[in-house]
Design a protein around this ligand. Structure first.
Ligand code: HEC
Length: 153
Protein backbone atom coordinates (compact mmCIF):
# COMPACT_ATOMS: atom_id res chain seq x y z
CA UNK A 1 0.00 0.00 0.00
CA UNK A 2 1.26 3.42 -0.84
CA UNK A 3 -0.31 6.62 0.30
CA UNK A 4 2.62 8.99 -0.21
CA UNK A 5 0.59 10.94 -2.82
CA UNK A 6 3.31 10.47 -5.41
CA UNK A 7 1.92 8.77 -8.54
CA UNK A 8 3.16 5.19 -8.92
CA UNK A 9 3.37 3.10 -12.10
CA UNK A 10 0.51 0.87 -11.03
CA UNK A 11 -2.01 3.69 -11.23
CA UNK A 12 -0.32 5.48 -14.11
CA UNK A 13 -0.56 3.05 -17.02
CA UNK A 14 1.19 3.53 -20.32
CA UNK A 15 -1.34 4.96 -22.83
CA UNK A 16 -2.66 2.40 -25.33
CA UNK A 17 -1.77 4.62 -28.27
CA UNK A 18 1.84 4.73 -27.19
CA UNK A 19 1.97 0.95 -26.85
CA UNK A 20 0.49 0.58 -30.33
CA UNK A 21 3.09 2.96 -31.71
CA UNK A 22 5.90 1.11 -29.93
CA UNK A 23 4.71 -2.25 -31.29
CA UNK A 24 4.30 -0.75 -34.74
CA UNK A 25 7.88 0.50 -34.70
CA UNK A 26 9.18 -2.95 -33.83
CA UNK A 27 7.21 -4.51 -36.66
CA UNK A 28 8.37 -1.80 -39.06
CA UNK A 29 12.03 -2.34 -38.16
CA UNK A 30 11.70 -6.11 -38.63
CA UNK A 31 10.01 -5.59 -42.01
CA UNK A 32 12.56 -2.97 -43.08
CA UNK A 33 15.61 -5.04 -42.17
CA UNK A 34 14.13 -8.13 -43.84
CA UNK A 35 13.18 -6.39 -47.05
CA UNK A 36 16.60 -4.81 -47.56
CA UNK A 37 18.67 -7.84 -46.57
CA UNK A 38 19.80 -9.60 -49.77
CA UNK A 39 19.77 -13.05 -48.15
CA UNK A 40 16.12 -12.64 -47.09
CA UNK A 41 14.34 -10.64 -49.78
CA UNK A 42 16.80 -10.85 -52.68
CA UNK A 43 17.12 -7.05 -52.77
CA UNK A 44 20.60 -5.87 -53.73
CA UNK A 45 22.45 -2.73 -54.70
CA UNK A 46 23.78 -4.52 -57.76
CA UNK A 47 20.28 -5.16 -59.06
CA UNK A 48 19.27 -1.55 -58.45
CA UNK A 49 22.40 -0.43 -60.29
CA UNK A 50 21.73 -2.67 -63.28
CA UNK A 51 18.13 -1.48 -63.46
CA UNK A 52 19.22 2.16 -63.56
CA UNK A 53 21.90 1.48 -66.14
CA UNK A 54 19.36 -0.22 -68.39
CA UNK A 55 16.88 2.62 -68.04
CA UNK A 56 19.48 5.24 -68.95
CA UNK A 57 20.76 3.23 -71.90
CA UNK A 58 17.20 3.05 -73.19
CA UNK A 59 16.69 6.81 -73.00
CA UNK A 60 19.99 7.64 -74.71
CA UNK A 61 19.24 5.05 -77.39
CA UNK A 62 15.96 6.75 -78.26
CA UNK A 63 17.82 10.07 -78.31
CA UNK A 64 19.80 9.13 -81.39
CA UNK A 65 17.36 6.57 -82.76
CA UNK A 66 16.27 8.68 -85.69
CA UNK A 67 18.23 11.87 -86.39
CA UNK A 68 16.03 12.48 -89.44
CA UNK A 69 12.77 12.36 -87.47
CA UNK A 70 11.55 15.83 -88.60
CA UNK A 71 13.08 16.02 -92.08
CA UNK A 72 10.70 17.70 -94.48
CA UNK A 73 8.07 18.40 -91.79
CA UNK A 74 7.01 22.03 -92.24
CA UNK A 75 5.95 22.68 -88.60
CA UNK A 76 9.17 21.30 -87.19
CA UNK A 77 11.27 23.19 -89.74
CA UNK A 78 9.52 26.45 -88.76
CA UNK A 79 10.24 25.76 -85.08
CA UNK A 80 13.83 24.89 -85.94
CA UNK A 81 14.14 28.17 -87.83
CA UNK A 82 12.93 30.14 -84.78
CA UNK A 83 15.32 28.31 -82.52
CA UNK A 84 18.14 28.95 -84.99
CA UNK A 85 17.36 32.67 -85.03
CA UNK A 86 17.49 32.78 -81.20
CA UNK A 87 20.41 30.51 -80.43
CA UNK A 88 22.60 30.13 -83.49
CA UNK A 89 22.28 33.28 -85.59
CA UNK A 90 24.83 35.20 -83.51
CA UNK A 91 27.55 33.04 -85.01
CA UNK A 92 26.03 31.52 -88.15
CA UNK A 93 23.76 34.45 -89.20
CA UNK A 94 19.95 34.17 -89.38
CA UNK A 95 20.04 32.58 -92.83
CA UNK A 96 22.90 30.26 -91.80
CA UNK A 97 25.17 31.79 -94.42
CA UNK A 98 28.03 32.05 -91.94
CA UNK A 99 29.80 34.58 -89.72
CA UNK A 100 31.98 33.52 -86.80
CA UNK A 101 30.72 30.01 -87.53
CA UNK A 102 30.81 28.50 -91.02
CA UNK A 103 28.16 28.69 -93.73
CA UNK A 104 25.75 25.82 -93.09
CA UNK A 105 24.06 25.95 -96.50
CA UNK A 106 26.88 24.13 -98.26
CA UNK A 107 28.64 20.77 -97.88
CA UNK A 108 29.98 20.66 -94.34
CA UNK A 109 33.38 19.80 -92.95
CA UNK A 110 32.02 17.37 -90.36
CA UNK A 111 29.46 15.87 -92.70
CA UNK A 112 25.94 16.88 -93.70
CA UNK A 113 23.81 13.84 -92.89
CA UNK A 114 21.21 14.30 -90.14
CA UNK A 115 23.37 12.16 -87.85
CA UNK A 116 26.46 14.34 -88.54
CA UNK A 117 24.47 17.52 -87.88
CA UNK A 118 22.98 16.14 -84.68
CA UNK A 119 26.48 15.38 -83.45
CA UNK A 120 27.87 18.79 -84.50
CA UNK A 121 25.07 20.62 -82.68
CA UNK A 122 24.64 18.30 -79.68
CA UNK A 123 28.29 17.69 -78.83
CA UNK A 124 29.90 20.76 -80.39
CA UNK A 125 33.01 20.89 -82.60
CA UNK A 126 36.59 21.75 -81.63
CA UNK A 127 37.12 25.10 -83.38
CA UNK A 128 34.50 27.08 -81.47
CA UNK A 129 31.16 25.33 -81.93
CA UNK A 130 29.60 24.97 -78.44
CA UNK A 131 27.61 21.82 -77.48
CA UNK A 132 23.85 22.36 -77.20
CA UNK A 133 22.54 18.97 -76.03
CA UNK A 134 22.11 20.12 -72.41
CA UNK A 135 20.62 23.48 -73.21
CA UNK A 136 18.15 22.48 -75.93
CA UNK A 137 17.31 18.79 -75.47
CA UNK A 138 16.66 16.20 -78.19
CA UNK A 139 13.46 17.52 -79.70
CA UNK A 140 14.86 20.98 -80.39
CA UNK A 141 18.09 19.53 -81.76
CA UNK A 142 16.13 17.33 -84.17
CA UNK A 143 14.11 20.33 -85.35
CA UNK A 144 17.29 22.32 -85.91
CA UNK A 145 18.62 19.42 -87.97
CA UNK A 146 15.44 19.47 -90.07
CA UNK A 147 15.77 23.22 -90.56
CA UNK A 148 19.41 23.08 -91.65
CA UNK A 149 18.72 20.18 -94.00
CA UNK A 150 15.86 22.18 -95.52
CA UNK A 151 18.34 24.95 -96.46
CA UNK A 152 20.35 22.69 -98.64
CA UNK A 153 17.59 21.59 -100.99
C1 HEC B 1 29.63 30.88 -80.35
C2 HEC B 1 29.37 30.81 -81.78
C3 HEC B 1 28.48 29.68 -82.27
C4 HEC B 1 27.19 29.42 -81.92
C5 HEC B 1 26.29 30.16 -80.91
C6 HEC B 1 26.77 28.31 -82.72
N1 HEC B 1 27.80 27.89 -83.51
FE1 HEC B 1 27.76 26.32 -84.83
N2 HEC B 1 29.74 26.58 -85.18
C7 HEC B 1 30.52 27.60 -84.69
C8 HEC B 1 31.87 27.43 -85.16
C9 HEC B 1 33.04 28.37 -84.87
C10 HEC B 1 31.90 26.25 -85.93
C11 HEC B 1 33.10 25.60 -86.63
C12 HEC B 1 33.65 24.51 -85.69
C13 HEC B 1 34.80 23.74 -86.29
O1 HEC B 1 35.14 23.96 -87.44
O2 HEC B 1 35.36 22.88 -85.57
C14 HEC B 1 30.53 25.74 -85.92
C15 HEC B 1 30.14 24.60 -86.58
C16 HEC B 1 28.82 24.18 -86.68
C17 HEC B 1 28.40 23.04 -87.46
C18 HEC B 1 29.31 22.09 -88.23
C19 HEC B 1 29.70 22.73 -89.53
C20 HEC B 1 30.63 21.86 -90.36
O3 HEC B 1 31.38 22.44 -91.16
O4 HEC B 1 30.59 20.62 -90.24
C21 HEC B 1 27.04 22.98 -87.37
C22 HEC B 1 26.11 21.98 -88.02
C23 HEC B 1 26.61 24.09 -86.51
N3 HEC B 1 27.73 24.80 -86.12
C24 HEC B 1 25.32 24.36 -86.16
C25 HEC B 1 24.96 25.25 -85.16
C26 HEC B 1 23.63 25.38 -84.62
C27 HEC B 1 22.41 24.60 -85.10
C28 HEC B 1 23.69 26.31 -83.63
C29 HEC B 1 22.57 26.76 -82.70
C30 HEC B 1 22.01 25.75 -81.85
C31 HEC B 1 25.06 26.78 -83.57
N4 HEC B 1 25.80 26.12 -84.51
C32 HEC B 1 25.50 27.76 -82.70
C33 HEC B 1 30.10 28.63 -83.86
C34 HEC B 1 28.86 28.72 -83.27
Amino acid sequence: MNDSGIPQEGQNRIPKGWLAFFGGMIIFVLWYVASYTPAISGWSFYKEYEKEMKASQKSSATATADPGKYLGKADAIAEGKNEFATTCAACHMADASGGIGPNLRVALKYGSTPANLLESIGKGRPNGMPPFQQQLGNEKLLKLVAYIESLRK
